[in-house]
Design a binder for this molecule. Sequence first.
Ligand SMILES: [Zn+2]
Length: 281
Amino acid sequence: MSRVLPVNVMSVDVEEHFHVAAFDGRFPRDAWASQPSRVEANTGRLLDLFAAHGVSATFFVLGWVAERHPSLARRIVDAGHELASHGYAHEPAFRQTREQFADDARRSKAVLEDASGRPVLGYRAASFSIVKRNQWAFEELERAGYVYSSSVNPVRHDIYGFPDAPRFNFTPAGTGLLECPVTTLEIAGVRVPCGGGGYFRLLPYPLFRWALRQVNGGGHACYFYLHPWEVDPDQPRVEGVSWRSRFRHYTNLRRTEQRLARLLGDFRWTRFDRLLGLAAS
Ligand SMILES: [Zn+2]
């Protein structure tokens, strides 16, 4: 007899193809407005795919994007998804002062709530940038009115990572906030990232699926994430970045949509607010 496995969370970090940590320095903020925008069309592809599979997801939308595409937030909630915040300007939390971080978190929440007419409960920091040394960010998120966050990747990584954070939901000290770290698998005491993004595109799909099944088999929900630009193989190529950044950003873009379709069919998915019992509907 087979056991009922946990329901997982599907999430999307809604940003442009040039809002990426790997391209840091190539696209200063004042150059964003002059770049071709691809986010609306790419998010539309994901909305179509989720609709085809009957999946509801959480969309962490950048405030800067919602301001330029006011109908996008509406379109996301009208399609039955949860709207949450990816901050305003995609600045990693560890590069902001506490005050800057608080302002950015509040500004994005206000923009998204205005655009959608719905309360925004969830937050995801750019590049999973809540780490050991800036845990004050959790207090600022709670103060800004957020209820949960999914801003920690509890692994070692060259850009982000909070390797000694809990692997599963925890309440940061001194707050009433719930942090939902992106999914990892622990093998022989080593944490292996398997929550999405580049790992989803770079690992063979059966291996990735095996990893998520291991986590589900242990009784835990998986928290998966991807970006709209990952289903856009025709995006303009950025020159002059390191081979590692190019590899991370461009490998297997052409296969991602097909892989995602398999993932949607192979597991059960929902939105963060529903999994956490926060949703009104
Ligand atoms: Zn992001």
